[in-house]
Design a protein around this ligand. Structure first.
Ligand code: SF4
Length: 329
């Protein structure tokens, strides 16, 4: 039997709001194997970042992981472990690259100190050894003149360099799993490509698994072997990347794919999915995508679709799996 590196089972995260509980993550289950890259995609507000934060038990204030949710990482129960064990895990075996390095980095510490701090906290290395390793890691993530840069503060570096520092911090201890939450969103296109190349290179060198959270299917196509599509707090499709691009099963995935820019000159305007993600306090009855779906029929308004098997590694949450003749041309 294959032992998974990570198993997430029926993860539910809710926030108390004036309008009632917001069920922002609502029954998410998936697994990841060692060394695997999985893309977690969806529009903002679909629950993907919150799913990622839950893996590290970093749910924002007011949010609560519901009883019955299970997260197992390297055969340890993440939700049951004492805070001390969890702190030892974070940044060491399981780490995260955040969206916005300016808010994640400490503005009053040099970047070298911040990278070295990760080594000091999790290992028995001396201050001098930790500093040497930090400078070496800054070199590995492509920071020129790393010994001098290590003595600079975050505001003295460009956005791309700051993101490289974040990657250095996340990877210096060679974790088994790295979660990258929109790691290139705040960067311009050229720097985005460089950062993705760097992540791919480090992944291949260290054998780490990568959970890549993004709204950009182009990034997923380049990096991931498997994709999970989230909508309204749920996984609505899971498939190997080639299959998802060739034969998507969920109308939402089709919409996301149609919105990917191409060089095809016959396409005059980029397709967008009509409407917006509903509020987490009031998920619609039946299928949560029904108000935006061109194929919806009566059954979709009353019966919530289950995640059904469409092929050996392909799961889709849509009634069209059982009634494909309902698909409109
Ligand atoms: Fe569309 Fe119905 Fe499928 Fe939902 S269940 S995605 S509304 S066809």
């Amino acid at each position: 039997m294959t032992r998974h590196l990570l198993t997430v089972h029926d993860l539910r995260v809710a926030f108390a709001t004036e309008a009632g509980p917001a069920r922002a993550v609502d029954g998410v289950s998936f697994t990841m194997n060692a060394g695997e890259t999985v893309g977690l995609v969806g529009e903002s507000g679909c629950g993907k970042s919150l799913t990622a934060l839950s893996l590290l038990r970093l749910v924002p204030d007011g949010g609560r992981i519901a009883p019955g949710s299970r997260i197992t990482f390297e055969e340890q129960d993440v939700l049951a472990m004492p805070e001390r064990t969890l702190r030892a895990l974070r940044g060491h075996r399981l780490s995260m690259i955040f969206q916005e390095p300016m808010t994640a980095l400490n503005p009053v510490l040099t970047v070298g100190d911040q990278v070295a701090e990760v080594v000091r906290v999790h290992t028995t290395a001396s201050a001098g050894e930790a500093w040497t390793r930090a400078v070496d890691m800054l070199a590995q993530v492509g920071i020129p003149d790393p010994a001098a840069r290590a003595r600079q503060y975050p505001h003295e570096l460009s956005g791309g360099m700051r993101q490289r520092v974040m990657i250095a911090m996340a990877l210096i201890l060679e974790p088994a799993l790295v979660i990258a939450d929109e790691p290139t969103t705040a960067l311009d296109v050229t720097i985005q490509a460089q950062i993705l190349e760097l992540l791919r290179d480090l992944r291949d060198r260290t054998g780490m698994a990568l959970l890549l959270i993004t709204h950009d299917l182009g990034v997923v196509a380049e990096m991931a072997s498997r994709v999970l599509v989230m909508y309204a707090g749920e996984v609505v499709e899971e498939a190997p990347v080639a299959l998802l691009f060739d034969a998507p099963g969920h109308p939402y995935t089709e919409g996301l794919l149609a919105a990917v820019p191409t060089l095809d000159s016959t396409r005059e305007r980029l397709h967008t999915i009509p409407g917006t993600v509903p509020a987490a306090t009031a998920w619609p009855a039946g299928c949560r995508f029904r108000d935006r779906c061109a194929h919806a029929w009566e059954r979709c308004t009353t019966e919530p679709p289950a995640l059904a098997q469409l092929g050996p590694a392909h799961r889709v949450r849509c009634h069209l799996v059982q009634e494909p003749e309902r698909r409109r041309a």
